[in-house]
Ligand binder design. Structure first.
Ligand SMILES: [Zn+2]
Length: 467
């Protein structure tokens, strides 16, 4: 035997490994007592016990490399030891298949420091994501009703009993109030990029941002454990590497449909903003009524088609707006520094790092979570609010962690003024009303439920029943 455990007898056994609110028991002594010549019988009988399937699994495993087989033997043993925490209807055959796939691309062997092996094996098999979700209780009826009011805010109409209700869409509010507001925002945003005469454009280092991106991918897993990296089919297991997905926003197409998309996205952000008069609520806009989104779509389409100058401005902004949708799984970030009137280059780098965290959160959001946007009136709470809420959690923690170690700031701000600290506004949840609503949900249900919903798709925990 060549396992670290057998040589140094550490880490101790039995012991427990915690995954947030749940614990797993670790003790391989019985497996070690089993000679390797017993492996065929061990794998076959374990598989039969788990799946009630008489297929012999050993012939598949016999093909494995020695080390991979050692990894798998321990992973299966650990899984078996912690079986009781799983729900009755759990798909054990699926878990076995995932563990077998993982064996050859594993990152930690049994006996590795900091329980790295146990963390990898129990996540890869699907044990962690299932058990941490099972440990959380969904909100009761009263709480669910309060949450529903946040996801489906009342409109400006009054029902017979005097309570607010959503009336018929008021197109005039969209046309006469929301659109002028939107046009003003386009100019505001563009002004940040217009450089004074004679001031040359300065490029940001995409290469350096790629280094930061890979750092962030690891950092988020660590800081938002056990949720961010627990989904067995998610980005931490499907080969996703943030740096490889990063591209310049200049690579984004900026044709009419892209410009229209940009405007629609802004219309949502501005339209629900209470400080701008909550114009979408005022218009009795309901994102779940196909007619409403269609009307907004048509209005903005007409606006762009009839105002060539505005369309050109929006085209410029498309190429200067961080995005997570341009191309297959690509995340786009601005390749240049804004005008000096916006702020210093170090300020901008802090801002870009925040954007990098935000875009990473989009990539880490579970598809079942993202799909809920279409089922609620204020879909942007799901589409952007929670994304920015979690991005802010990470960013605040990151700023705390790196500013404690000066070299940390120097690495992040590489070549820029490392004495600059992030602007306080970056530490606040953005996306207006969508961000405020996500925060309100978190205040009601707590961090664990929000994270389990966001990263693991357990949306019933935040009052959005699974479909
Ligand atoms: Zn976003």
């Amino acid at each position: 035997m060549s396992l670290t455990n057998d040589v140094v007898r550490t880490p101790i056994e039995p012991r427990t490994v915690a995954f947030g609110t749940v614990e797993a028991t670790v003790d391989y002594s019985q497996l070690r007592a089993l000679g390797r010549d017993k492996y065929p019988a061990y794998f076959n009988s374990t598989f039969r016990l788990l799946t009630a399937d008489d297929t012999e699994i050993w012939p598949h495993i016999a093909e494995f490399r020695e080390e991979d087989r050692t990894w798998l033997a321990h992973a299966v043993f650990l899984y078996g030891k912690n079986l009781r925490a799983l729900p009755r209807d759990f798909d054990h055959a699926g878990a076995m298949a995932r563990l077998m796939r993982r064996a050859s691309v594993r990152t930690a062997m049994p006996g590795a420091q900091n329980d790295a092996f146990e963390r990898e094996a129990l996540r890869a098999g699907g044990w962690v994501s299932t058990v941490v979700v099972k440990a959380l209780t969904p909100p009761g009826q009263d709480l669910a009703a309060r949450l529903n009011l946040i996801y489906n805010p009342p409109g400006s109409d009054k029902g017979e009993d005097g309570t607010a209700k959503v009336g018929v869409l008021r197109k005039d509010v969209l046309a006469k109030e929301l659109i002028p507001e939107l046009v003003a925002v386009v100019d505001e945003q563009l002004a940040h990029w217009v450089r004074p005469r004679g001031v040359p454009q300065e490029m940001e280092s995409i290469h350096h941002l790629q280094l930061i991106a890979d750092f962030l991918q690891k950092y988020v897993a660590l800081r938002l454990r056990p949720y961010a990296d627990a989904w067995e089919n998610g980005p931490y297991f499907d080969g996703f590497r943030y740096s490889e997905r990063l591209q310049s926003t200049w690579e984004l197409p900026n044709q009419h449909p892209n410009r229209l998309n940009w405007l629609l996205n802004r219309a949502q952000a501005i339209g629900w903003d209470k400080q701008r008069g909550a114009l979408l609520a005022k218009a009795d806009y309901d994102g779940t009524r196909p007619g409403d989104s269609e009307t907004l779509h048509v209005l903005l389409d007409e606006l762009l088609s009839t105002d060539a100058l505005l369309s050109k401005k929006v085209g410029t902004l498309v190429k200067l707006t961080g995005a997570h949708t341009g191309g297959e799984g690509k995340i786009s970030i601005q390749p240049i520094f804004p005008s000096p009137s916006w702020g210093t280059k170090a300020d901008w780098r802090w801002r870009l790092i925040r954007t990098l965290v935000h875009e990473l959160m989009h990539r880490l959001a579970h598809p079942a979570f993202t799909a809920k946007a279409k089922e609620i009136r204020h879909g942007q709470i799901i589409g952007e609010g929670f994304v920015d809420l979690l991005a802010t959690d990470v960013y605040i923690q990151l700023c705390r962690d790196v500013t404690e170690v000066r070299s940390g700031v120097e690495i992040l701000l590489h070549g820029l003024d490392a004495t600059v600290t992030p602007d306080p506004s970056f530490l606040k949840v953005g996306y207006g009303e969508a961000g405020a609503s996500a925060t309100a949900v978190r205040d009601l249900v707590g961090d664990d439920r929000v994270r389990a919903a966001f990263f693991l798709g357990a949306t019933h925990l935040i009052g959005l029943p699974l479909t």
